[in-house]
Every structure is written in C-alpha cells, then in structure tokens.
Design a protein around this ligand. Sequence first.
Ligand SMILES: [Zn+2]
Length: 161
Amino acid sequence: MDRKQKKNLRKRNSNISLSNYETFMKFMRKGKFMMPYCQTCKKNIWPPSDYCTNCFNRLDLIDLKRQDGKLIEIFHSFVGKKQIKSNQSITREVDIIGLVDFTGVKLLGSINKTTYNYINTFNCQNLKANGLFDYSRVRVKLQKCGILENSLFYKFKLVSI
Ligand SMILES: [Zn+2]
C-alpha cells in the first residue's frame, strides 16, 4: 500500500467512524446547521445522536436552512449594550432575541433587526385583539450559525406569511 492509498483509507475510516454528534459539530464549525432528522417519525431529534429516541431508527442530518421555524417568543436584550446619547434623550442599543421552534427543537438566538422592523412596521394589522403581535403569521429562517467562544450561536431572519 502506497502513501496515497493509506491516506485514502484513513480518510474513509474517519468518515465511517464519525458519530452524528461529531459530524454536527464539524459542520457547525463551518457555519452550517445539520439537524438530526428521523425519516420514519418525520421529526427533528435533539440533541444530535445516531438513533431516534422514539423509534430507534438511524437518523439523517438535514440542512436546517431547508426548514421553516415557528416564532414562540421575542425578547429585547440590553445586556452588554452601550447607551446612545442623542440631543436630549438617552436610548440604549438593543438586541432582539427569539425563541424559535423547528418541529420540536427549540433554539434561542438573535433576530435580524431589519427583518424584525419590517415585520413590525408593515404587518401591524396582524396584531391580536389584546394588542400583542401575532407570531403565527411569521416564519423564521436560519440566517447564520457557528461557534463563538465555545458556545453555539444562531441568527434568524423573520419572513411574513
Ligand atoms: Zn423515529
């Protein structure tokens, strides 16, 4: 066996031995979210594992960008943000944080402010009777993800339906 054959064999073996968790983390480091999915149950399974927790079939990994999420709740976060002083008033910079459900898997991440402002401005007719925003009329797409200071992070954008 020459060097090239050995290298190919090592590469093949390393791909075979990777668990779904290892593959998930490998993709996450490249900014891609591969969701563990059971073809039999038609469900996302979390945390990443090799087998379905419901039917024990082997799981596939599916690009989350192909799925729509449902917005459960939105929060305004001022943590770590500076105050902005204009003429008379002091306003604080804000991060929009969303809790999003991807068919059973709930993720907490930041919401793209441009899409948040757009939805709030142009879809005011979608307010519920109590004046709260009707999240059922909003779909969420994963925009960006990755690993920052050893933690997973997610950024979403809102799409009105
Ligand atoms: Zn299953």
